[in-house]
Design a protein around this ligand. Structure first.
Ligand SMILES: [Zn+2]
Length: 354
């Protein structure tokens, strides 16, 4: 029997999910491995599709066929001799790795760690480079594209009375005049926000959107609205939304951007309104924008802590429901409100001392 053509080893065959054992012969026939019993084929597959357990001392080897059935054999040397014959000439490294799993596992872990490290450090670096080399038309394209797409899909024209819009715009201009971009660097847009509810956000080109619902939420507290707008101005100053967009755009898009190739695919990603609204800033970007709001409000002669009032109203009236609301991206935690008040007091006492 051992001299039979294609014979590899003797063993026991178990049907899938069964402990039933049938004495069987493992053979190679027409390029396939076949488990046979008295001339009947029990299971067959090409070598590549069979999972062969590694050799561990004299523990029987298990050859698992694609149908789930298993051939178990104690003839380890025969299996190894067969595998050497089949694989010896090609893929020596792969073969050795398969025999020595701990090394394979260690290598896999090393590769994953390396990839994670590249991701951790290379993506932020790529983002910074992309922000640096971004030509001015890109933020403009993103801003105009996003606003146009939101106007088509969610926004309606604002219902706010003209005088109300004018008063808010005047306050906004005072804040903008004290920011990096100056008054001309920003444009305030009033919209009925529809499903996005009480919200205010900034586009990378300096366009800000303020929804009617947010104005209504403020209930006549105009400084509170200005505090929010100061916060949004800070997001533009810090190029936070550009950074977030770039982070979300992925490595491929970043490389294309840095290479100066703003393809239509990248343009689509960057100008989709939803993409920008779905972003939330990092906690440090939020804290930076909060502090900047305090500074701008103070400089413009408003209550520097007005933003903290906004967060407490938001919390009180909206709770944490409304995923698309400003609350989702701007959780107004008590800690945050306290930080704003403390910084406002610090600024007040500093200007009082002068
Ligand atoms: Zn923010």
């Amino acid at each position: 029997m051992a001299s039979e053509a294609g014979f590899i080893a003797e063993g026991e065959w178990h049907p899938a999910n069964s402990s039933r054992a049938i004495p069987a012969t493992l053979k190679e026939e027409n390029g396939r491995l076949v488990a046979e019993s008295e001339g009947a084929v029990l299971a067959a597959a090409v070598l590549e599709r069979i999972d062969i357990s590694p050799r561990v001392g004299s523990i029987p080897r298990r050859l698992t066929f694609p149908d789930g059935s298993v051939l178990e054999t104690r003839e380890n040397d025969r299996i190894d001799a067969y595998l050497r014959g089949r694989r010896g000439s090609r893929g020596g490294l792969v073969h050795r790795l398969e025999e020595f799993h701990p090394r394979l596992i260690a290598m896999t872990i090393a590769v994953i760690l390396l990839a994670a490290t590249i991701y951790r450090f290379a993506v932020p670096a790529l983002v910074e480079v992309a922000v640096l080399v971004t030509p001015p038309f890109v933020p403009q394209m993103i801003g105009a594209g996003t606003l146009a797409s939101l106007d088509r899909t969610v926004f309606e024209p604002s219902d706010l009375p003209e005088e109300e819009q004018k008063a808010i715009s005047e306050g906004f201009a005072k804040l903008a005049a004290r920011s990096k971009g100056g008054e001309g660097g920003y444009k305030l847009n009033f919209r009925d926000g529809g499903m996005i509810g009480p919200n205010a956000f900034a586009l990378p080109d300096g366009s800000l959107v303020l929804t009617d619902d947010l104005v209504k939420l403020a209930d006549g507290d105009r400084e509170m609205i200005l505090g929010v707008l100061g916060h949004e101005i800070a997001h533009v100053e810090g190029e936070h939304s550009l950074r977030q967009l770039y982070r979300a755009a992925g490595v491929a898009a970043l490389v294309m951007l840095i290479a100066g190739d703003v393809g239509s695919g990248v343009e689509d990603i960057l100008t989709q309104g939803g993409a920008l609204l779905a972003l939330s800033y990092s906690r440090s970007a939020e804290a930076e924008a909060d502090r900047r709001s305090v500074e701008l409000m103070q400089a413009a002669g408003y209550d520097p802590a007005a933003l903290a009032r906004f967060f407490s109203v938001l919390e009180e009236k909206l709770g944490d429901h409304g995923d698309a609301s400003i609350f989702a991206s701007h959780p107004g935690t008590p800690q945050r409100q306290q930080d704003i008040r403390e910084y406002a007091n610090e600024l007040k006492s500093r200007s009082g001392a002068r």
